[in-house]
Design a protein around this ligand. Structure first.
Ligand SMILES: Nc1ncnc2c1ncn2[C@@H]1O[C@H](COP(=O)(O)OP(=O)(O)O)[C@@H](O)[C@H]1O
Ligand SMILES: [Mg+2]
Length: 236
């Protein structure tokens, strides 16, 4: 049983200023959960709290009942949580294959078969296996970043604005890959500024505002709420 539970998490960058003031959400195996909200709402900060990059001051993060709260980032990854940051998510001067090898160092067993499995799944990465990551298109680079995360065979994948900077076509291809990863049983937490597309592919969504849960529901329910459309989704 996957179920990531974020329960009333309070966290920030300094003791004096808690950015997250008690955020809660869940994600189940195979589910795509979108996290939306204005700039500065605390979306990226929440992913950093879940992955142990900043300390959780109050509340808990658990995965299948196991406490992740207080673990170091590397331990969180080793416990099944892959994190794909918004920026600097590949090693630009290293080849596609070397990037995947680095993704495998958290769990050194079966690095080769895992890479071969990912090459079979994402043929464009296989074609470019010897090319430096910086030579990839934006969409291919994002795909590589997600493939690095897949190297640990995660139960949960946390994605921070994966469509940022991509063309609409590349973004749609990338969302299709996210769907496929979820269909293989991974829980996806998808932070997005592209609210429209995120709600299309999400099973459920949460809206964060000023470090607190503001609303939650199915994509259809949230998209139908006039206040939420206007204030948070940039829709009319
Ligand atoms: N490294 C940091 N140090 C201090 N404050 C930060 C840092 N990163 C983000 N913040 C602050 O935390 C708040 C939430 O930021 P963030 O989580 O990045 O928002 P979002 O991802 O929702 O746009 C903002 O006020 C931002 O200025
Ligand atoms: Mg952010």
């Amino acid at each position: 049983m996957t179920t990531l539970v974020i329960d009333n998490v309070v966290a920030g960058y300094t003791r004096a200023d808690m950015i997250l003031k008690g955020v809660s959400m869940t994600a189940d195996a195979g589910e795509i959960v979108a996290v939306l909200g204005p700039n500065g709402a605390g979306k990226s900060t929440m992913l950093k709290a879940v992955t142990g990059q900043i300390a959780v001051r109050e509340g808990h993060v658990t995965l299948a009942g196991r406490e992740l709260t207080g673990m170091k980032p590397r331990e969180v990854v080793a416990n099944g949580v892959a994190y794909v940051p918004q920026e600097s998510n590949v090693f630009a001067t290293m080849s596609v294959r070397e990037n995947l090898e680095i993704g495998g160092t958290v769990d050194r067993a079966n690095v080769r078969p895992r890479i071969d499995g990912l090459f079979a799944r994402f043929p464009v990465l296989a074609e470019k296996r010897h090319d430096a990551a910086r030579t990839l298109s934006g969409g291919q680079r994002q795909l590589l970043a997600m493939a690095i995360g897949m190297m640990v065979e995660p139960q949960v994948m946390l994605l921070d604005e994966p469509s940022a900077g991509l063309s609409p076509k590349a973004a749609h291809e990338m969302f299709a890959v996210i769907r496929e990863i979820a269909a293989s049983g991974v829980a996806i937490v998808l932070v997005e500024q592209n609210a429209f597309d995120a709600l299309q592919i999400a099973d459920r969504a949460y809206i964060l505002a000023a470090g607190l849960n503001h609303a939650e529901g199915t994509g259809a329910a949230l998209s139908a709420d006039p206040d939420i459309r206007r204030t948070f989704l940039g829709m009319h």
